[in-house]
Design a protein around this ligand. Structure first.
Ligand SMILES: NC(=O)c1ccc[n+]([C@@H]2O[C@H](COP(=O)([O-])OP(=O)(O)OC[C@H]3O[C@@H](n4cnc5c(N)ncnc54)[C@H](OP(=O)(O)O)[C@@H]3O)[C@@H](O)[C@H]2O)c1
Length: 305
């Protein structure tokens, strides 16, 4: 199977380079290979590769910047994925595309399921919502996988920021009124590959898997408790920190002057993904602990002669 991966250098894209490799002949592109700000040129390049599966991990993910840059966010998150879907439909290929908890307004009491109405609060959320709609309208066989609070070993992430700040300061102020599931990029990539493998083995049933799914780690937490967990784990592993979990102060979203509004409740109900693909989605702490352990080990390794 010929697979084209787009967004290879992002958090999820980096892990997909690993998890998709055993599934077929993988071609992986970054921004320099295909710029989503020019969707028609992107479409022509994709056509030339003749993929049987397109996996799109590229996205405009600067949530606050998108508020004043909505046209570019729309090109990358909505128009370009629509072109990918058109190309997939024309070739009978599958398209895997990632979306977000930010398509919801956060007002629900329980976890959001795939049938809940979308109502994004931000320009980023609107652009991701439009991307989903364009893919569904294309008629291409697709997996739209909505995930939340992604972190990876590459690039900046919340855990790294908390560890850096905890080395510099005695106290940290962290938002306590937004809940969700921190989800490792490695989990997203592994679960994607397992779902695709299941589809590949399903023969004539394959088309029945096409649709939208929620894919996030198990459990839920607030940013505040997430930060406390990261610092407690790092201390256990021997990290030298000025601020421990007791130094993390709870504040409300309104105390931060972020440009974009975020949903208060980002919890995603992942029963559909788990039951259709037979995949276990471990508790969020599983991959967070691995990340913290790796970061602390790296720091300790650097200290050695
Ligand atoms: N991060 C989260 O917390 C989160 C939460 C929910 C859902 N998601 C979704 O999950 C997916 C993966 O997110 P991620 O966290 O892996 O994102 P990420 O780390 O920000 O990676 C996005 C990738 O897209 C590339 N890209 C941006 N603009 C582009 C353009 N004009 N042309 C081509 N490539 C471009 C970036 O290239 P450069 O490396 O050159 O910048 C980067 O490699 C996205 O669909 C995102 O919306 C993310």
């Amino acid at each position: 199977m010929k697979i084209l991966l787009l967004g290879k250098d992002g958090q999820v894209g980096w892990e997909l380079q690993r998890s998709l490799a055993p599934l077929g002949d993988l071609v992986a592109w970054g921004r320099l290979d295909a710029d989503f700000l020019d969707p028609e040129a992107l479409g022509a390049r994709v056509r030339a590769v003749r993929p049987e599966l397109i996996v799109n991990a590229a996205a405009y993910t600067a949530v606050d910047r998108a508020e004043t840059d909505e046209d570019r966010a729309r090109l990358v998150n909505a128009v370009a994925p629509g072109v990918l879907a058109r190309e997939a439909q024309a070739r009978g290929a599958w398209l895997v595309h990632y979306s977000t908890d930010y398509v919801f307004d956060g007002s629900k009491e329980g976890a959001w399921n795939e049938l809940d109405a979308t109502a994004p609060l931000s320009a980023y959320g609107r652009s991701k919502c439009e991307g989903e709609e364009r893919i569904r309208a294309s008629g291409a066989r697709h997996l739209i996988l909505r995930t939340s609070w992604v972190f990876g070993t590459r690039g900046a992430n919340f855990a790294k920021t908390m560890l850096r700040l905890a080395r510099e300061r005695d106290t940290l102020d962290v938002v306590a009124d937004q809940v969700g599931a921190p989800t490792g990029a490695a989990l997203v990539a592994d679960a994607t590959a397992l779902a695709l493998y299941r589809i590949a083995l399903s023969g004539r049933e394959a088309d029945s898997y096409s649709g939208t799914y929620h894919l996030a780690a198990g459990g839920a937490t607030s940013w505040h408790d997430y930060a406390r967990h990261v610092l407690a784990r790092a201390r256990e592993q021997g990290a030298m920190l000025k601020a421990g979990p007791e130094g993390v102060r709870a504040v409300s979203s309104s105390d931060f002057a972020a440009a974009a509004r975020r949903p208060a409740n980002s919890r995603l109900d992942c029963i559909k993904f788990r039951s259709r693909f037979g995949v276990v989605l471990p508790d969020w702490r599983h991959h967070v602990d691995r990340l913290v352990d790796e970061l602390v080990a790296q720091e300790q390794g650097q200290g050695k002669p």
